[in-house]
Design a protein around this ligand. Structure first.
Ligand code: ZN
Length: 204
């Protein structure tokens, strides 16, 4: 018996690098933070008692920057954690992308977006490929849905987006040797091309 602490029902304890107090592993938060050394966003681990001021600094910095490289660095950070911003990928202007990043940080602060240490390091390359492929497929399907809500010529832009996201997904699947996925994605892409040709390109 003696003075040994009873095993923590919450799992391991981790010393928070911010306040240097031991915190249950489940209370450790992960957030993006600008690092001057690497000139970009890196992952910061903090306990839930002290992480919000750091997150606020990140928010203040990104919502006022005029630097695309800095914006791209934070986008990459989020993408690494499986959170994507369509507006950036579509080439929306900096103020739009920046404001949405501020909103994404708010969601992280509110717990609606929970970044996890595990997802920042895909277990292996196959997993990373599969998730990149799925993400492109998701974007392709979103663009396809948008095609139905647009009138010409915007429908054509949506169609072009859908086709190029499918091309990326297929390329990743090919590189990763995912034969079945190549076949499935190619069939889906061809279907969408034929829908576009018959319903949107005009009556033949
Ligand atoms: Zn702390």
């Amino acid at each position: 018996m003696g003075t040994a602490e009873k095993p923590d029902s919450d799992g391991q304890r981790i010393v928070c690098p911010g306040c240097l107090l031991a915190a249950p592993e489940s209370s450790i938060r992960i957030l993006p933070y600008f690092d001057d050394q690497v000139n970009g966003y890196v992952v910061l681990y903090r306990c839930e008692q002290c992480w919000l001021p750091y997150l606020e600094k990140t928010r203040a910095r990104i919502t006022t920057t005029g630097d695309w490289a800095e914006v791209a660095s934070l986008i990459a950070f989020f993408e690494h954690h499986g959170v994507f911003q369509l507006e950036f990928r579509r080439g929306d202007p900096l103020p739009v992308v920046r404001a949405l990043l501020g909103r994404m940080i708010d969601l992280v602060g509110a717990g609606a977006i929970r970044l996890s240490a595990r997802s920042s390091e895909p277990a292996n390359e196959a997993e990373a490929n599969a998730s990149a492929m799925k993400e492109n497929e998701k974007l392709a399907e979103a663009a396809y849905d948008a095609m139905y809500q647009s009138s010409f010529p915007t429908a054509k832009d949506c169609f072009d987006d859908a086709r190029s996201y499918f091309a990326k997904a297929i390329e990743i699947a090919k590189r990763a040797g995912l034969e079945d996925e190549v076949v499935r994605l190619t069939a889906r892409r061809d279907h969408i091309v034929s829908v576009y040709n018959t319903q949107f390109r005009g009556v033949r």
